[in-house]
Design a protein around this ligand. Structure first.
Ligand SMILES: [Zn+2]
Length: 174
C-alpha cells in the first residue's frame, strides 16, 4: 500500500484528532477481523485476476528487479478509488489503521494490484511489486495478511517492517 504524500488540510486533521475518542482497539479486534479481512482480500484479488491487465514488459523488468519470481502472474486494475470492505467493522478498522481510505493510491493482494488512475508510475508499481514479492515469500494471502496486519497493529503503518521494506525497494526512475 502507498499513501498519497499530499498534506491533509488542517480541518481534516482536527476532525481526525477528535475521532481518537472513539478509537477502536485494533489489537484486540484483529483476531476476529482477520478471517473477514482474508475473505475480502481473496475476493478482491480474484476480481483483479479475472479483469485486470498484465504488466507491460518494462514493468515486468521492474517487478523482477524488486524480487518477484513470477511477474507474468501479476494483474493490475486501475480504479477511481481503492475498494473498501462493505462490512462496517472491517471497513472502519482498515481506515483507522491507515490501510484504506481516500489517500491510499495502491493496494496489493497476492498477484493482484489496485492502482488509482494517474498514479501508475514506476515508484508506485515498484512499491506494490515489492509487496507481491513479500506475498511470494510468505506463500499466500492467507499467510501474508496475519503477519502484515499484526505488524500494522504493533508498529503502526509507517513503521511496519513489510511497509518499510516496500518503501526501501521503490525505484525512482523517470
Ligand atoms: Zn505498501
Amino acid at each position: 500500500m502507498r499513501l498519497s504524500e499530499t498534506r491533509k488540510p488542517r480541518r481534516f486533521l482536527a476532525s481526525q484528532r477528535r475521532s481518537y475518542a472513539i478509537h477502536m482497539d485494533l489489537r484486540t479486534l484483529l483476531p476476529q477481523l482477520l478471517p473477514h479481512a482474508i475473505a475480502w482480500a481473496e475476493f478482491q484479488s480474484n476480481h483483479v485476476a479475472s479483469l485486470g491487465i498484465a504488466l507491460p514488459e518494462s514493468m515486468i523488468a521492474v517487478a523482477r528487479h524488486v524480487g518477484v519470481q513470477r511477474p507474468e502472474r501479476i494483474r493490475v486494475k486501475l480504479v477511481d478509488q481503492i475498494p473498501l470492505p462493505e462490512e462496517p467493522t472491517l471497513r472502519q478498522a482498515a481506515i483507522e489503521a491507515g490501510l484504506l481510505g481516500p489517500n491510499i493510491l495502491g493496494l496489493t493482494l497476492g498477484y493482484s494490484i489496485f492502482i488509482v488512475h494517474g498514479h501508475d508510475d514506476v515508484r508506485l508499481i515498484s512499491h506494490e511489486c515489492r509487496h507481491v514479492y513479500q506475498y511470494e515469500v510468505l506463500g499466500s494471502i492467507e499467510k501474508f495478511l496475519p503477519v502484515y496486519l499484526q505488524q500494522i497493529v504493533e508498529y503502526g503503518y509507517d513503521n511496519a517492517p513489510l511497509e518499510v521494506d516496500a518503501r526501501n525497494n521503490e525505484l525512482h526512475m523517470a
